[in-house]
Ligand binder design. Structure first.
Ligand SMILES: NC(=O)c1ccc[n+]([C@@H]2O[C@H](COP(=O)([O-])OP(=O)(O)OC[C@H]3O[C@@H](n4cnc5c(N)ncnc54)[C@H](O)[C@@H]3O)[C@@H](O)[C@H]2O)c1
Ligand SMILES: O=C(O)C[C@H](O)C(=O)O
Length: 352
């Protein structure tokens, strides 16, 4: 490769239009180099310039399982890409700006992470975001169906309880739906639950594991405190305090940010933790179990968050709820009532 070709290749990393100026072959060579130089997975972040998107992009650039990182947004994608691309880690980073570049951002991806959409302000519910975010998720999922129908999708955009059913309907319409590959990200609920439970028990949060089932909004967030590892017990007051704090974790951040958005940094951390587990599953690692909101038969509802085992095809196994105590059984009934409406709202948005 001569000097001009080397320069063109670097330009192609920064922006796909640079590659196109070189007739596309430069981008292909960059892809080859990425495959050969740093074996790993190709990951796209849609909404990469946002509050979650930026730290998520930074953390994914640090993940050794990632060889190619595509950053797509409708604003500021070139700036974030230029910035992230200077990090001396293995992944090759490319930026994509606006709808005309969506297909290029998605083509060939193994994993697509979607934090695109508006966040809450104080006084809003996640469902209040439906009006704007439903359309954004629909458009992005149509792109996934066209360009990378076999990719694993990690959907973060709220309201997750409805956006996952929206994505499923878009994929069904396109004839590409594989329920094993569509996962609503509820990892932040688990991360919060581990943190708050560890505080009460006086343990290191890294030693604590709390299954959180149901969905991702208010009472649909159901921590199973009777199944905490290491095994422990809580008083009634502790159970009520912890359940409410975990359910209201998002609102706690929204109020503290006072109009400047919702959780971004802890969400980026949780999203990367979850994406890393998905990539390990894709790689074939054994025993990768996490909570996620997926198509499910665990309850009578078509979607439900439980612990799932991740593997080469995405969700390989969905675990049952296990034994619930009376408090959790009552919470489950409440969660299901709200979830049913949110799922129906998402489905009918596409079917209408
Ligand atoms: N699942 C969870 O646990 C969880 C946690 C926190 C936040 N969220 C949700 O994540 C979403 C993003 O939150 P944020 O704080 O990063 O918001 P943000 O406003 O800071 O960033 C959103 C980004 O999406 C981009 N965007 C908008 N329309 C787009 C489109 N059509 N295509 C691509 N990108 C587009 C915006 O330009 C922006 O950069 C919100 O819906 C929020 O409620 C979910
Ligand atoms: O609370 C929000 O609106 C954002 C997110 O769903 C969260 O749980 O932090």
């Amino acid at each position: 490769m001569d000097a001009n070709q080397r320069i063109a290749r670097i330009a192609a990393h920064l922006h796909p239009s640079n590659a196109q100026m070189e007739g596309g072959s430069v981008l292909e060579r960059a892809n080859c180099r990425a495959k050969g130089g740093a074996p790993g997975f190709k990951v796209a972040i849609l909404g990469a310039a946002g509050g979650i998107g930026q730290p998520l992009a930074m953390l994914m650039k640090m993940n050794p399982l990632v060889s190619v990182l595509h950053l797509y947004d409708v604003v500021n994608a070139p700036g974030v890409t230029a910035d992230i691309s200077h990090m001396d880690t293995g992944a090759v980073v490319r930026g994509f700006l606006g709808q005309p570049q969506l297909d290029a951002a998605l083509t060939g991806m193994d994993l697509v992470i979607i934090p695109a959409g508006v966040p809450r302000k104080p006084g809003m519910t996640r469902d209040d975001l439906f009006k704007i975010n439903a359309g954004i998720v629909k458009t992005l999922c149509e792109g996934i169906a066209r360009c990378c129908p076999n990719a694993i999708v990690n959907l973060i955009s709220n309201p997750v309880n409805s956006t996952v059913p929206i994505a499923a309907e878009v994929f069904k319409k396109a004839g590409t739906y594989d329920p094993k590959r569509l996962l609503g990200v509820t990892m932040l609920d688990v991360v919060r639950a581990n943190t708050f439970v560890a505080e009460v028990l006086g343990l290191d949060p890294r030693e604590v594991s709390v299954p959180v089932v149901g969905g991702h909004a208010g009472v649909t967030i159901l921590p199973l405190l009777s199944q905490v590892k290491p095994p422990c017990s809580f008083t009634k007051e502790e159970t009520e305090y912890l359940t409410k704090r975990i359910q209201d974790g998002g609102t706690e951040v929204v109020q503290a940010k006072a109009g400047a958005g919702s959780a971004t940094l802890s969400m980026a951390y949780a999203a990367v933790k979850f994406a890393d587990r998905c990539l390990r599953g894709l790689r074939g690692d054994a025993d990768i179990v996490e909570c996620a909101y997926v198509e499910s038969r665990v309850t009578e509802l078509p979607f439900f968050a439980t612990q799932v085992r991740l593997g080469r095809n995405g969700v390989e196994e969905i675990y049952q709820l296990g034994l619930l105590n009376e408090y959790e059984r009552a919470g489950l009934e409440e969660a299901k009532k709200e979830l049913a409406g949110s799922i129906e709202k998402g489905v009918s948005f596409i079917k209408k």
